[in-house]
Design a protein around this ligand. Structure first.
Ligand code: ATP
Ligand code: MG
Length: 391
């Protein structure tokens, strides 16, 4: 067994009372999935910490660490050394393991935890004796109990001693999939993949629907959406994606309805189809990347008219966000460069020259009634794709 392990400290999961067991089990499952491709590992949970052990002789711990930083539900992460239960050996192992970190520091303190009550020293003794030993080994250091540069932690638990220093902040949030199931409306733009990411962070399992209008939209535009879904799935977990053929419906709206209301009616129809699909797949909310005032179809009046077509709650996590705030997250999760590739989206097909920016629901409903929506949507057969980070 390799001596270095990774310890993951749980975030809000520990507050969840009766549900806690279920959340922890799902989190362990998500952790295992994130470690695919990182060699043979063992993962288990004990006392609000998830342990990741490596069964290979020469594992890529850096790669595992990077993957684990993307798993929602983990507050912080630290690499640790599994040291000896024997005190004299443990002291030497601690000095060796933390040497590179302590050489760069001026002040430190030792923090100890002991869930193993049989251990010969009590917590304050471990702190004092280990502190003394490290001061002798690294004479340039001084102890600062309030604001140390480095905290050397010793955790005695389950018959082992774990040595580590300052933990790193991880993704936070709640484990993806523990808060129900949402259907994301995924375009090729910047906002919707980020909307999927932030709602997965609050625990939703994400499925997605994309509307395409060939030949007005190209294969490359569709490929772009698949790439976005894949990049998003690194965080959300595997995504079921339905690609809905939308050409005929868009042509019917263009030929039947008032031009200035084209976009709003199109968006209502998209939302109706998405709600229907969501119900079929047991998703209980819709997620979009809309932001108030960002474009003509996202004015308050337009959103009121669109929202009226939904029979499930519509979550718009960016309704009050500036574009730049969304872009910052898109860059951090690596979807931005894909999103700005210049391929057409079905929303830009047949865009009216003068869209009505503040439509009234009554006029929209009146225009929409001219369409035979049942006939147009009855035989829709979306293409199904399962998107994972590894396929
Ligand atoms: P995005 O950057 O996500 O494309 P946007 O600023 O381009 O957003 P719109 O094109 O008005 O805004 O779309 C608003 C929302 O509608 C998107 O965030 C997305 O959730 C949904 N949407 C737009 N186009 C599609 C599509 N082709 N398929 C599925 N959903 C879509
Ligand atoms: Mg768009």
């Amino acid at each position: 067994m390799y001596e270095e392990v990774i310890l993951l400290k749980l975030g809000e999961v520990v507050l969840k009372g009766l549900n806690r067991r279920r959340l922890e089990d799902l989190l362990v499952k998500n952790v295992k999935a994130a470690l695919r491709g990182c060699g043979k590992t063992a993962v288990w949970e004990s006392q609000s910490t998830i342990f990741v052990e490596f069964d290979d002789d020469d594992p890529d711990v850096d790669q595992a660490q990077a993957a684990l930083k993307k798993v929602f539900g983990i507050m912080n992460l630290t690499r640790a050394y599994r040291g000896s239960y024997d005190w004299e050996t443990l002291k030497k192992q601690t000095a060796d393991y933390v040497a590179p970190t302590l050489m760069r520091a001026k002040t430190f303190k030792v923090d100890a935890r002991r869930s193993d009550k049989k251990y010969p020293f009590k917590t304050p003794e471990i702190c004092m004796l280990m502190g003394e030993y490290l001061l002798n080994q690294f004479p340039h250091l001084t102890v600062d109990v309030h604001h140390p540069d480095v905290i050397v932690s010793i955790e005695i638990r389950d018959g082992n001693a774990y040595i580590h220093t300052n933990p790193e902040k991880a993704a936070g949030g709640l484990p993806a999939g523990t808060g129900g199931h949402g259907m994301l409306m995924l375009s090729g733009g910047i906002d919707s993949p980020v909307a999927g990411y932030v709602m997965a962070k609050r625990g939703l399992k994400i499925s997605a629907v994309h509307f395409e209008s060939p030949p007005y939209t190209s294969d490359r535009a569709k490929e772009k959406v698949l790439t976005l879904a894949k990049k998003m799935s690194v965080y959300t977990g595997p995504v079921d994606l339905w690609v809905v053929p939308f050409t005929e419906i868009q042509e019917a709206i263009r030929d039947t309805c008032r031009e200035d209301l084209f976009t709003i009616i199109m968006r209502r129809v998209m939302l109706k189809i998405t709600c229907r699909l969501a119900r079929e797949k047991n998703a209980r909310c819709i997620i979009t990347g809309e932001s108030l005032g960002q474009v003509a179809s996202q004015t308050l009046g337009a959103i009121q008219c669109t929202d009226n077509a939904a029979d499930l709650p519509v979550f718009r996590p960016f309704i009050g966000s500036d574009k730049q705030e969304i872009v910052d997250i898109a860059r951090a999760i690596d979807t931005f460069e894909t999103s700005i590739l210049p391929y057409e989206d079905c929303c830009t097909v047949f865009t009216p020259k003068h869209p009505k920016t503040n439509p009234y629901l009554e006029e929209v409903l009146e225009e929409e009634a001219k369409l035979d929506l049942d006939a147009l949507t009855k035989d829709l057969t979306p293409e199904y794709l399962r998107i994972t980070p590894w396929n």
